[in-house]
Design a protein. Sequence first.
Length: 321
Amino acid sequence: MRSSKIKLKKIKGDASFRSFYRKTDNKKNSIIVCATKEKKQNLLIYDAINSLLIKNKILAPKLYKENYKKNFIEIEDFGDDTVFKLLKKNGSNKINLYKKSIDLLSKIQKIKQKKIKNFKGKNYKIPFYDGKKLFKETKLFSDWYAKKNISKKKLLAFNFKITKQIKFLLSNLRLKNDTLVHRDFHVSNLMKYKKKLAIIDTQDALIGNRAYDLASLIDDVRFKSNKKLKESIYEYYLKLNNKKINKVILLNDFEILSVLRNMKIIGIFTRLAARDKKTKYLRLIPHAWKLIELRIKNNKIFDNFKKTLDLNFSKELRNLK
């Protein structure tokens, strides 16, 4: 008998505190996820959400082994074919890949269960994505990006105005917080595996507004898509969900959440560079600005918000790579 040779190879990580290794054992692959910081979120809750998705016939990584004491879990390997990679390759097939992504999103949004047992046998109740959480996240824009790019003299006045305007936008959200929200539902977290789409990076899931993940996918800072494609994806989502949704309310919430999400992203990417020395995300900030501008330019609800941004952030600054 030949002894099995186990190989471990470090693979590209993300913006979190986790590290990932591909384990090869007699041609069977798995992924080792390691986390010492935010361990509960990145290991225990990650697997709990995956279990909930699997229970609802959605492809998410199965747990093979856990060693919580030693800060790792071993999970199913979906390979390397992210939808992001496939979109870069298949120019003509973009709309089909997006339609499949919307099919998956609609399936996730049908899940009604809000509680699942983790691998320690304890119930995990998924928290709500309420206005307080959304506000705290959006404020990362002020705490990191504005602080870096506005003089101390002007910063206090800017923070006062932008806080008021963020609260105003949040008060204008109309949909209920009753839907499972992945919170990072974009093409880098969707994988093609055995001719199906699978989802990864689920540890931050909450119960919130159904427009949030739709905005994550369509107004994705990592992958540039033209306005026509954005509209086609949005229309396809409407077609799939038209019996459940008021079109006017969905568009209102979609635009607000897209803007607030991209403000949060600008804040996070600035923080990653300043605090964690992960500077590669800075090059995505100009695109996040373009997505904000796209949503605020023709909607009166953003009038004061737009004025505040235009007064404090020049076009040159927004385009800085």
